[in-house]
Design a protein around this ligand. Structure first.
Ligand SMILES: *[C@@H]1O[C@H](CO)[C@@H](O)[C@H](O)[C@H]1NC(C)=O
Ligand SMILES: *[C@@H]1O[C@H](CO)[C@@H](O)[C@H](O)[C@H]1NC(C)=O
Ligand SMILES: *[C@@H]1O[C@H](CO)[C@@H](O)[C@H](O)[C@H]1NC(C)=O
Ligand SMILES: *[C@@H]1O[C@H](CO)[C@@H](O)[C@H](O)[C@H]1NC(C)=O
Ligand SMILES: *[C@@H]1O[C@H](CO)[C@@H](O)[C@H](O)[C@H]1NC(C)=O
Ligand SMILES: *[C@@H]1O[C@H](CO)[C@@H](O)[C@H](O)[C@H]1NC(C)=O
Length: 259
């Protein structure tokens, strides 16, 4: 009886020493942080490359549901046994839940389990103002927006300068990764039009707006046409056709159809 116990004790202390000698080489944390902008969530941590001969990492996460159910953790499959120190959790963290997030590092014979110090909730994402560029076209305003992530919509306001109380509003809810151009008629004729775009995060109603952009738009008929065109038969069709080469100068092929 006594012998068994002392043997156990020896084995146990040998085990602790082995663990400690490994642990001494590893830092106690991985300095995990998460950056979340516009509903894209990127986890980062510090590298163990300096202290390990061979190292890889697996990212795990646990929402309130998994925690309540069984205190179980889900693996992020795109970040399983990876060697780089960054993981895109945009698709994984897909509910408005508080998430615990951990990184399991395998360093030679040892493992280090490190957890993000605070839970993360996607509702805390930083919402940026939309990427908008505005170009005047003849009789129209061309507006370009960059990609929109899910749950972010744009409310675009357009008004003729000095007439902001009669601004029109356009809602834009989907834009793919190449961005998209939109065309709006200068409905009050030529002059200066101003635009402001507000991003809205639908899960919180958080908003973020661009500055006001103003552009000067020429009316359809106010543009200067060479005399030769004006001498042709009168009519909108003729004007439309003859107008193309003039605008074509600074324009890519393919834009024409939208004018
Ligand atoms: C921890 O991470 C932050 C942000 O990524 C960085 O600024 C800081 O230098 C890191 N600290 C250590 C000890 O690695
Ligand atoms: C996260 O882990 C802590 C313990 O480390 C626990 O108290 C908390 O409930 C967990 N939260 C979730 C959302 O799993
Ligand atoms: C909960 O965890 C236990 C032990 O880890 C496991 O046997 C069981 O299948 C788990 N249950 C669910 C619903 O995941
Ligand atoms: C991960 O790292 C451990 C420890 O260095 C190593 O034993 C294992 O083979 C590695 N796995 C992969 C898939 O790289
Ligand atoms: C706008 O574009 C810049 C550069 O392309 C990018 O870094 C930034 O994240 C974009 N912002 C938004 C709100 O999409
Ligand atoms: C956001 O605002 C809309 C309209 O005012 C409202 O119906 C909705 O409940 C709000 N959502 C949140 C998450 O506050």
């Amino acid at each position: 009886m006594f012998q068994t116990r002392s043997l156990l004790k020896t084995v146990t202390s040998a085990f602790i020493i082995a663990t400690l000698s490994h642990a001494a080489l590893l830092p106690t944390s991985l300095n995990i942080s998460i950056q979340s902008e516009n509903m894209m969530h990127i986890l980062k941590w510090s590298s163990l490359q300096e202290v390990c001969y061979s190292v890889n990492y697996t990212v795990k996460y646990q929402g309130e549901f998994e925690y309540m159910k069984n205190d179980s953790w889900l693996d992020e499959y795109s970040c399983d046994k990876i060697v780089h120190t960054e993981c895109d959790l945009t698709l994984a963290l897909s509910s408005d839940s508080d998430y615990n997030i951990s990184v399991l590092a395998r360093c030679d014979g040892s493992t280090l389990w490190a957890q993000l110090p605070k839970t993360f909730n996607r509702r805390d994402t930083v919402l940026l103002a939309p990427n908008m560029s505005v170009n005047p076209r003849v009789g129209q305003i061309e507006v370009y927006f960059g990609e929109l992530q899910n749950h972010i919509n744009i409310n675009l306001k357009i008004w003729k300068k000095g007439d902001e109380q009669n601004a029109i509003s356009k809602e834009i809810t989907k834009i793919g990764h190449n961005g998209q151009k939109f065309y709006y008629d200068a409905w009050l004729g030529g002059g200066t039009y101003c635009l402001e775009a507000e991003a809205i995060l639908d899960i919180t109603n958080k908003t973020s707006s661009t500055d006001t952009h103003c552009v000067s738009v020429n009316a359809w008929l106010a543009k200067k046409l060479p005399d030769i065109f004006l001498q042709g038969p009168a009519g909108a069709n003729t004007l439309c056709v003859t107008a193309r080469p003039i605008r074509g100068a600074g324009q890519k092929v393919g834009d024409e159809g939208n004018v």
